[in-house]
Write a protein of this length. Structure first.
Length: 461
């Protein structure tokens, strides 16, 4: 068996092998989706995440990975690590995914159970199917295909995170404390996605994020709205005023001192396509100004994620003594997330009406990321994607979401090339109800990753 870095398997034969591995990929993805691995013990038992981590570790051992370990990270979760040695002198490639998932939200709104992989209309539905349990299966499929065609021409490190969706930074802190663990010549982050289904895409930028909890207090306790309403300061009303101050009339984000006029020069996102992808209701306008790409990839964006207040059903006629909200602020490359957090905190405190007491707690934070798209790894991926997606050239896009680990890795390993690919194209509806993955996309990207590893090994030989 030729495992030399210059060996190049026949792309057509490799594609046939990847296709033959899809039933196994589906079966394993179903097993992995079945774990309710939400990294928040207030919502699901920690044992679900622990079981998912053990499953991932077992899968790595089955594939011949060495030094497989469950890493206990500072946020109380486990990341899974393993290394698969390659030929002498071959480059090292780190493959990343995460097994934790977003909560299912309203389970009644799912057409099929969120933790049961279900095939429907040519897609596989289930929480984490695309984000990012499917990303781990993609990595495994690529490696398995290469084993059948001369072997894997690089040393592979695999890291599968356990708390990416929570943004609590466990793996980031662990990597900083053990910088030798994840060293590699290039890193493939399998947690992004194609710009649209069937269009091969690498993600060049990620917005950073800050997550804060704001508490507003005005009274020692709730009061009867008939006896005190009109003079007693209502904390819920004060919170609503504060939250409204975060947006201009057109919906643009307006945090005092935070620039919001960035321009995206690359691949554009037609408004009609965005409306369709976002499922915007007929007659409802988009928010913000500039192009859609400007708004998504080059400018900050604030979102109110939740408010603690009484539900309508069962509400009493009361003036509220306290209220709180959870706020997310996404920041584009070129902005410092820590500085953005300070500006957001100052804005929330200064926007309080009626001298209401405001306290702001930082819950999470991650820096934005910008990749070097001129690196050899990108050339290797472009060549691979052109084969995996016949007739299509690789596109470079931004992503409005955040992967805080990317900036940690870029800081720890400034010479390392970082690429972002994945299964989260718009139809996948990640983070929403009825998340799904395209089996065709899983097959193509598994092939693209296998070809990339071959191309990259040859480029370094």
């Amino acid at each position: 068996m030729d495992t030399s870095p210059t060996h190049r398997p026949d792309p057509a034969a490799l594609a046939t092998t990847v296709a033959s591995l899809q039933p196994r990929a589906k079966a394993e993805l179903a097993e992995l989706v079945a774990f309710k691995s939400v990294a928040d013990e207030a919502q699901f038992p920690k044992s679900e995440c622990e079981a998912a981590a053990a499953w991932v570790a077992s899968a790595l051992r089955t594939e011949g990975f060495e030094d497989v370990a469950l890493l206990d990270t500072p946020d109380g979760t486990q990341s899974v690590y393993g290394i698969l040695p390659g030929p002498a002198g071959a480059p090292t490639v780190l493959l990343y995914a995460h097994y934790d998932v977003q909560p299912p939200l309203d389970e009644a709104a799912w057409i099929s159970p969120p933790f049961e992989l279900t095939e429907r209309d040519g897609r596989w539905y289930g929480r984490g199917a695309a984000d990012c349990k499917g990303g781990f299966i993609m990595h495994l499929t690529a490696l398995r295909a290469l084993k059948e065609h001369g072997g894997i021409p690089v040393t592979v490190k695999m890291i599968v995170e356990g708390s990416e969706e929570q943004g609590t930074g466990g793996l980031e802190r662990y990597a900083e404390a053990h910088p030798e663990l994840l060293t590699a010549d290039t890193i493939v982050i399998g947690d992004a996605g194609n710009f649209r289904l069937g269009l091969p895409t690498v993600t060049a930028t990620l917005r950073g994020m800050t997550l804060v909890r704001v508490q507003v207090d005005t009274l020692e306790g709730n009061l009867h709205s008939g006896m005190f309403g009109g003079a007693a300061p209502d904390a819920l009303a004060a919170l609503i005023r504060i939250l409204d101050s975060l947006r201009a009339q057109d919906g643009s984000t307006t945090v005092d001192g935070l620039e919001a006029d960035g321009v995206w020069e690359g691949l554009q996102y037609p408004e009609e396509d965005f409306r369709k992808d976002a499922k915007v209701l007929d007659g409802v306008s988009l928010i913000g100004s500039g192009t859609v790409a400007d708004r998504l990839w080059a400018r900050p964006a604030v979102t109110v994620l939740g408010i603690d207040c009484p539900p309508v059903v069962g509400a009493t006629p009361s003036v509220h003594a306290g209220a709180r909200a959870l706020i997310s602020l996404r920041v584009p490359p070129g902005m410092d997330a820590a500085e953005a957090t300070k500006l957001l905190t100052a804005h929330l405190e200064s926007a309080a009406p009626w001298d209401a007491r405001v306290s702001v707690e930082r819950v999470g934070q991650g820096q934005p990321f910008q990749a070097d798209t001129e690196s050899p790894a990108y050339a290797s991926m472009a060549e691979a994607m052109q084969v995996a997606y016949p007739g299509e050239e690789m596109q470079t896009a931004g992503m409005g979401g955040s992967i805080p680990l990317c900036n940690t890795l870029a800081s720890l390993y400034p010479e390392t090339e970082i690429l972002l690919i994945g299964l989260s194209e718009p139809e996948a509806q990640i983070h929403a109800v009825n998340e799904s993955v395209s089996p065709e996309e899983l097959e193509r990207l598994s092939l693209a990753e296998a070809l990339f590893l071959v191309n990259y090994a040859r480029s370094k030989a």
